[in-house]
Design a protein around this ligand. Structure first.
Ligand code: COA
Ligand code: AMP
Length: 636
């Protein structure tokens, strides 16, 4: 393969990782510049920039205002659902962040306190995150598509002093009543936050509980009227947590991924130039949600660290109002780089296969499309290339890493694209394919994908209050490596191919979900004796969950009724985002002789893939029964 700038930069990192990250850190403002770049004796696998002192919000805001970007749009809000648009310049965003920071301080929220943010895609969600960063509080954003129970779980784990929420979210054709969900979650949780600050949206004004709930804008306007002054950014150690983001684990208990301040800002700022090829002043759109890691990293922090304009889009790729929605956004806001999940493009392609809506818009300003969150299927990548005539770049990462483990670095000169591969490891990541004994496998052979420790800046140092879970979930399987729980291979040229998870995580419309978590919910149904949930192939969402339930003897409701209740239970307990629409009643589940449920084989049958009878199966007839039930269901 021809050597490109990428190879030089990767080699530069390999030869001197500390020098590499010291240089990257130089692009940011430090209250005290780090002298120690990496301390291998600190934390679980070492810590980055241990003696550095900084503030992330200062780097996202004040630094750009001081550099003359005060009047540049920082955030453009565009909501086809609400019919609203709004722009906040860097100076205005800084002011809003200071005002909310003052409000939080008034309720004694400060450094190290946790604040849960439960908000839809409105500019105040960005304000909320940055206000926490400014005062040193640790935010934990919970995605709006989760149900009250999931929110309660996170409240009990993070133990927030305050919650910032909106009265409602807006999905096409329905208002999501956030405040009642919040009230229910607080009722269910053992930990009770002292204060809730509620953004009342025009679509729904929520009732407030006296002494606990406060109106966000009333607090803000009161401070403004009193002429509240600036709010100095809190000095934070680079290793102090900036946020905790919960993600699906292998059980119903989500894992709190911790992100630090210093390493995070250095790594993300570096990726904007090197990977995404953008500069300060460029308009960058990550069409995701602030509740996911893509939203944290590439709607909020990275574009603002770089001095770009970021987009808050409260809409969908289709139906708001039509499959031309993304093209309108690109042309209207002069978007240079778009980042979304492949499922968004599959949705557009399904409704407008010939991309006829594209004819109505000038998208010539778009320079690249980045895809992540799930496997980018070659058909979708090629379709996007054909219609947009720009590089379509798959890149692979996880909530845990916070930025791309592998990608095709636009800013370093792209490598040739190989369909089905997110290309090559990014500097910082030493990626290996290992067999079950931890031995490197040869090119072309499948194995577990692991990253040699230490992880680069920006990746998780641990899980919130769960060091042991971090060890057992990620570090214990392969000594000296972080186990990604993805399986795949490298080809002769070092290109990575990501083939799927090695655990029970599934990917539904780019959303990460645990089938184990859904099984826990189904098992709680009084008529369910046992169950299994698999991710079945879906042409739009990549995968959708399908539940198989075995009923207790004497279950007295009809099968259809129980199946409906199961679907409702998952929606009520986990949330609509689980997209759990199919529960199939079966007589028995296929198991090995040692009692392990054969979910892998069930998935192959559901997907219509070739499958063979596992040698260890207890009763081969059960798989035939499953095949018949699937054949008679709507998913087959
Ligand atoms: N608040 C409340 N509910 C939400 C929600 C939110 N923020 N986001 C999604 N939901 C609901 C949806 O309304 C839907 O409810 P329904 O069962 O009543 O229809 C359910 O959760 C499932 O959502 P989703 O799987 O996203 O399906 P969808 O049909 O609403 O949209 C896509 C499908 C492909 C258009 C959409 O998933 C999409 O745009 N994805 C690409 C971008 C992206 O989200 N990436 C994430 C990581 S990068
Ligand atoms: P999340 O933590 O929600 O970002 O989900 C991470 C998981 O999504 C990864 O472990 C992969 O299984 C999958 N994933 C993300 N990006 C890609 C990609 N580009 N190709 C294949 N799988 C991906």
């Amino acid at each position: 393969m021809q050597q490109s700038r990428y190879h030089q930069v990767y080699a530069q990192w390999q030869n001197d990782p500390e020098g590499f990250w010291r240089d990257a850190a130089g692009s940011l403002d430090w209250i005290k510049a780090p002298t120690q770049i990496f301390d291998k004796s600190a934390g679980i696998y070492g810590r980055w920039f241990t003696d550095g002192v900084c503030n992330t919000s200062q780097n996202c805001l004040d630094r750009h205002v001081a550099a003359g970007r005060g009047d540049q749009p920082a955030v453009i809000y565009d909501s086809p659902i609400a019919g609203a648009k709004r722009t906040l310049t860097y100076s205005q965003l800084l002011r809003e962040v200071e005002l909310l920071g003052h409000s939080l301080k008034r309720f004694n929220v400060g450094k190290g306190d946790r604040v849960i943010i439960y908000m839809p895609m409105v500019p105040e969600a960005v304000v909320a995150m940055l206000a926490c960063a400014r005062i040193g509080a640790i935010h934990s954003v919970v995605f709006g598509g989760f149900a009250a129970h999931e929110l309660a779980t996170r409240i009990d784990d993070a133990k927030p002093k305050a919650i910032l929420a909106a009265s409602c979210g807006l999905e096409p054709g329905r208002v999501v009543h956030y405040k009642p969900l919040l009230d229910r979650a607080i009722e269910e949780a053992h930990h009770k936050p002292e204060t809730c600050i509620i953004l009342q949206r025009p679509q729904e004004v929520a009732s407030l509980i006296e002494g606990r709930d406060y109106d966000w804008m009333a607090l803000r306007n009161e401070l403004e009227a009193k002429g509240a002054g600036p709010l100095a950014p809190e000095p934070m150690l680079a290793t102090d947590p900036l946020y905790v983001l919960y993600t699906s684990g292998t059980t119903g208990k989500p894992k709190g991924v911790v992100r630090d301040n210093g390493g995070h800002m250095v790594a993300l700022n570096w990726t904007m130039g090197a990977l995404y090829g953008v500069e300060a002043g460029d308009i960058y759109w990550a069409a995701s949600d602030v509740g996911w890691v893509v939203g944290h990293s590439y709607i909020v922090y990275a574009p603002l660290l770089k001095g770009c304009t970021t987009i808050i889009y409260e809409g969908k790729p289709v139906g708001t109002p039509d499959p031309g929605a993304f093209w309108r956004m690109i042309s209207e806001h002069k978007i240079k780089v778009l980042f979304t999940a492949p499922t968004a493009f599959r949705a557009i392609k399904k409704e407008d296969p010939k991309a006829e809506y594209l004819q109505n818009y000038d998208v010539s300003g778009l320079k690249a499309l980045f895809l992540a969150g799930e496997r980018a299927d070659p058909d979708t990548v090629k379709w996007a290339e054909d219609i947009l005539k720009v590089p379509v770049i798959d890149h692979w990462w996880q909530t845990e890493t916070g930025w791309a483990i592998a990608g095709n670095p636009l800013g370093l000169g792209m490598l040739p694209i190989k369909y089905g591969s997110p290309t090559v490891p990014m500097p910082g990541h030493d990626v290996h394919i290992l067999d079950e004994t931890g031995k490197e496998v040869e090119a072309g052979k499948m194995g577990s994908i692991a990253i040699k420790l230490p992880l680069p800046p920006g990746c998780l140092p641990t899980l919130w209050n769960a060091d042991e879970r971090f060890h057992s979930g990620y570090l214990n399987e392969f000594h000296g490596y972080y186990n990604t729980s993805d399986a795949g291979f490298k080809d002769e040229e070092g290109y990575l191919f990501i083939m799927g998870r090695t655990d029970d995580i599934i990917n539904v419309a780019g959303h990460r979900l645990s089938t184990g978590g859904m099984e826990e919910v189904l098992s709680a149904h009084p008529s369910v004796a046992e169950c299994a949930v698999i991710g079945a192939k879906d042409s739009l969402k990549g995968e959708v969950p399908v539940g198989f339930v075995v009923l207790k003897a004497g279950a007295n409701a009809g099968h259809d009724q129980i199946a409906k209740e199961c679907v409702r239970l998952v929606r009520d307990q986990i949330g609509p985002v689980a997209a759990f629409k199919t529960a199939l009643v079966v007589n028995r589940l296929p198991k090995t002789r040692s009692g392990k449920i054969l979910r892998g084989t069930m998935k192959k049958i559901a997907d219509g893939d070739a499958w063979s009878m596992p040698a260890t199966i207890d009763d081969p007839a059960v798989l035939e029964e499953i095949a018949v039930v699937l054949k008679n269901s709507t998913i087959a």
